[in-house]
Write a protein that binds this ligand. Structure first.
Ligand SMILES: [Zn+2]
Length: 423
C-alpha cells in the first residue's frame, strides 16, 4: 500500500485551519499503522493515519520557557511524533479506565519484572499484528539533507576548456578544479553542534562534514533543538514512545519503514538514520550486553515517494515557509499552532497565561497525562515529582540513552536543567 497516497488523502480531509496560505510551503509528516487481521482463511490488512504533523520552524533559545508550556520544535516530524505520544497516553488512560476498551495498537503485557525495577507500573506492548510506518514529504533536516549533487554546467566547462589547454600538468590541475565544481553538495541550514567535526564551508563537496550532530536553524536567535535527522536516528535506538511512556511500555516502539518525498537520497538517509548509530553497543562488549539495553531497529526500510505534495517547497522558488503547524492524533484530535511562539492559533500574547493557549502536545500537557495515569494507578509518590525526575524513572530507557550518548551521540544537546523542573 502507498503510505504517501494514504497520507495525502487523509491530509485533504482535514479542515484548512493551520494549512499553508497561498504562496506558502510546509512539510507534512505522518505515522501510519498497518494492521493485519487474520480471519479463518485470509489476512486482511488495513491502514490508518494515527498521527500527523506539519511545519518547518523552530523556536530560538530566548523564546523557551521553564514551564514546558510552548512547542519548541515545530518541524513536521517532531510534531507528528509528539502527536503519536498524545495518542498513546489517551489509549493507556482508556485501557486503565475501562476493561472493555479495545485499543488499535496496545495491549497489556504480562512480564516478569526485573529485581532492579521496583515500580508498580503496568506494562503494555504494541500488538503483534501492528506495524508503524513513517512518511515525510521532504528529506529530514540535518545529516540526511547532505548528499552530492551533480551540476549540469560542469561537463560543458570541461569540454570547452579542453582544447585551450596545452600543458599537460596544467590540464590535470584544471580537470581537478572542474571536478570540484561539477559535484556540489546539497546543503542543510542545520549547524554542527560544538564538539562535532565542524563544516569546512569550502567549495562544492568541501562544504559540509557528514555524519555529524546538528542544531536546527532558527530565524535570528539560535535554537536548542537537534535536527530531525538526529532525532529520527535516536528513535531507531530508543523508540518513539520517549522516556515517560517507557514506564508503561516496556519495549521500544520502532518504525518498520520511512518513506521520504522531496530531496530523497537513499545513501544519506541510510547513513543519517541508521548507519551512524547502528553499532551503539560497543562492539568490544557485545558478549556482555546489559539486558536492559534496547535492541537496535536495524530492520527499518527506506522508501522513496514520487508523489507531489500540494504544499511542497520545490513547487515555487518564491514561496515562503508557513508559520503555522497542524498536529493530529487518531481518532479526532486536531490543533493548529503558531510556530513562532509555540502556542495555539487564536491566542495572543496577553492570553499566554491561560492554560487553554497551550498545545496538548507540549511537554507540560503530556506530563499531565503521565500524572493522570499514575493517579489512576494509585501511585501518589509520583505526584510531587518534577518532569526531569520522572524522565529518569525508566531504567531500560535511560541505560540505553546513556549508552548511545557514551558511544555515538556524545555532543547531543540536552534541555538545560532549569527548563525541565516543572511539576
Ligand atoms: Zn527538521
Amino acid at each position: 500500500m502507498n503510505i504517501d497516497k494514504i497520507s495525502h488523502d487523509f491530509f485533504d480531509t482535514i479542515d484548512k485551519k493551520g494549512k499553508p496560505l497561498k504562496n506558502e510551503w510546509t512539510i507534512l509528516a505522518t505515522l501510519v499503522v498497518e494492521i493485519n487481521d487474520s480471519t479463518q482463511d485470509e489476512v486482511v490488512t488495513s491502514w490508518k493515519v494515527i498521527s500527523l504533523g506539519t511545519g518547518n520552524r523552530c523556536l530560538g533559545k530566548s523564546s523557551l520557557t521553564k514551564y514546558g508550556d510552548v512547542l519548541n520544535d515545530s518541524h513536521a516530524e517532531v510534531i507528528c511524533k509528539r502527536s503519536f505520544q498524545r495518542y498513546l497516553y489517551s489509549e493507556i488512560v482508556n485501557l486503565l479506565s475501562n476493561n472493555q476498551y479495545s485499543s488499535l495498537l496496545l495491549e497489556f503485557e504480562k512480564v516478569e519484572k526485573h529485581k532492579e525495577d521496583d515500580s508498580s507500573m503496568p506494562i503494555f506492548k504494541i500488538k503483534d499484528n501492528v506495524k508503524l510506518h513513517f512518511y515525510v514529504t521532504h528529506t529530514p533536516c540535518g545529516d540526511c539533507s547532505i548528499f552530492p549533487i551533480e551540476k549540469d554546467t560542469g561537463v560543458l566547462e570541461l569540454n570547452e576548456q579542453k582544447n585551450e589547454v596545452q600543458d599537460e600538468e596544467e590540464d590535470e590541475e584544471k580537470k581537478r578544479n572542474l571536478k570540484k565544481l561539477k559535484f556540489d553538495t546539497q546543503r542543510t541550514g542545520a549547524k554542527t553542534v560544538d564538539g562535532e567535526i565542524q563544516d569546512l564551508k569550502g567549495e562544492g563537496v568541501d562544504y559540509h562534514q557528514v555524519g555529524q550532530l546538528r542544531i536546527k536553524p532558527g530565524r535570528g536567535d539560535q535554537t536548542d533543538s537537534m535536527s530531525c535527522s538526529d532525532k529520527i536516528a535516536r528513535w531507531n535506538v530508543l523508540g518513539l514512545q520517549g522516556s515517560l511512556l517507557s514506564n508503561f511500555i516496556q519495549k521500544p516502539l520502532f518504525l518498520s519503514s520511512i518513506t521520504v518525498g522531496d530531496l530523497f537520497n537513499r545513501d544519506s538517509l541510510q547513513r543519517g538514520l541508521l548507519d551512524r548509530v547502528k553499532d551503539y553497543h560497543n562492539p568490544t562488549t557485545t558478549n556482555n550486553v546489559d539486558e536492559f539495553i534496547y535492541p537496535f531497529n536495524s530492520d527499518m526500510k527506506i522508501h522513496q515517494s514520487v508523489l507531489e505534495f500540494q504544499y511542497s517547497k520545490l513547487k515555487s522558488e518564491f514561496a515562503v515557509s508557513s508559520g503555522y503547524s497542524i498536529n493530529y492524533s487518531y481518532p479526532s484530535t486536531k490543533e493548529s499552532t503558531i510556530s513562532s511562539n509555540g502556542k495555539k492559533l487564536g491566542f495572543t500574547k496577553k492570553d499566554f497565561q491561560n492554560p487553554k493557549s497551550q498545545s496538548t502536545i507540549c511537554k507540560s500537557h503530556l506530563f499531565k497525562q503521565f500524572k493522570k495515569i499514575t493517579t489512576l494507578l494509585n501511585l501518589p509518590k509520583y505526584q510531587d515529582m518534577t518532569y526531569h525526575q520522572c524522565k529518569q524513572l525508566s531504567i531500560p530507557y535511560n541505560k540505553t540513552l546513556n549508552k548511545l550518548k557514551e558511544l555515538k551521540f556524545k555532543n547531543w544537546k540536552t534541555n538545560s536543567i532549569d527548563l525541565i523542573q516543572f511539576k
